[in-house]
Design a protein around this ligand. Sequence first.
Ligand code: SF4
Length: 473
Amino acid sequence: MFHEECGVFGVSGSRAAARLTYLGLYALQHRGQESAGIVTWDGETAFQHRAMGLVSHVFNEEILDRLPGDIAIGHVRYSTTGQSQLINAQPLIVRFQGGQLAAAHNGNLVDSDSLRSRLEAKGSIFRTTTDTETILHLIARAYAARPTAGPDAIPEILGEALAGVEGAYSILFMLDGKLVAVRDPRGYRPLCFGRLASGGWAVASESCALDIVGAEHERYVEPGEILVLDESGAHSHRLAPAGGPRSFCIFEYIYFSRPDSVLRGASVDGVRRALGRALAREHPADADIVFSVPDSSNAAAMGYAEASGIPLEIGLIRNHYIGRTFIHPKQSIRDLRVRIKYNPVEETIRGQRVVVVDDSIVRGTTSRELMRIIRKAGAKEIHLRVASPPIRFPCFYGIDTPTREELVAASNEIEEIARFIGVDSLGYLSFDGLLSSVPNPRDAYCVACFDGSYPHECAYRENRSKTTGSDTP
Ligand code: SF4
């Protein structure tokens, strides 16, 4: 699979800030499983705890007791820029002229290498290998230019620091005793906020995390908005003028976000069902049963079954307790993990012509292993249906994707992919089918991994060394 990026959660105005943030991170665990961290502020001092591992392993009662204060920001991480090491775990926290500054970042800057080089040339030193640290440096520099700036100057200073920073960032800052949420002008990654029953604020990558703490969903942080959340309210400022071009990551609907989240006013579950219905209309199959590759394809399989009239069954059981397959980078171990992760229900599959619905195909190696397992369980025919178009380009906006060469659809026709994966037929949802299933308009989305139309031209150029494909979109 594509690997998720990160999840952020923050609280302002609650004495239970650390505990609420812990719960919020629990709900966002699907967005990153490598490390987790929380930073709190008690009005005078910042407290932090970060460690490698899942939220449930990183925190316990005793640790949460050591995180006092009524402001907190938290982060779950899957590394996209910077290695998977504790030093890169977030939130990052630094001391500088303006006091203490902490940041939790979801996304990826497309110009982080050149930004870092420019800062290093001016004498900056870095502790981590993350792109987030470059943002901290830019903020510190903006403060240095205004040594007497107080909390009222936060929006202006952030605007100055982030002007010219290209790429995807939904960031929570703890700065000058305030919780501040900022979303890049194109709004690649989601970010929403709501009111806690106690009167404080919660801000989260996805609405499912607001639900878990009982926060009433207020609205989305707008692309290009700086939102300062404090006891006097939610104060909105602009980083960039409203109404500019948007590039919300369409993959949030297809795979990344939890189905119980609401994005841009549409339920993720509802969109996935619509994708499945469109897929059934575009690629019908003469088959006996439909089942999903659980869990991210469940809703699409339901949509396919509904539109095709083919009975929906449970054909694969997923073991939820083994972590994600990407934890081990070596292919041989990944294949083994596929076998550990999914077990076929032989009684359901034996002798049947089956439609298997998956949300996407990246390298094709996981699909091939899965289809082999299903064939071995006695499937008479396998018709694989994919609820998104072929992925032909890597992502530079906070999603860990393989090189272009490794993407099976980058250099193979559909029939070749079907042969490689070992299925009787293969059908991908069309681009139009995808766009007709998400809230409009088309130009609100980033779809670069399907068609190479990167919103930032520099994304492809700057990261070309990461790809081995020769096409220039
Ligand atoms: S390239 Fe694909 S995964 Fe990356 S932001 Fe764009 S739509 Fe999302």
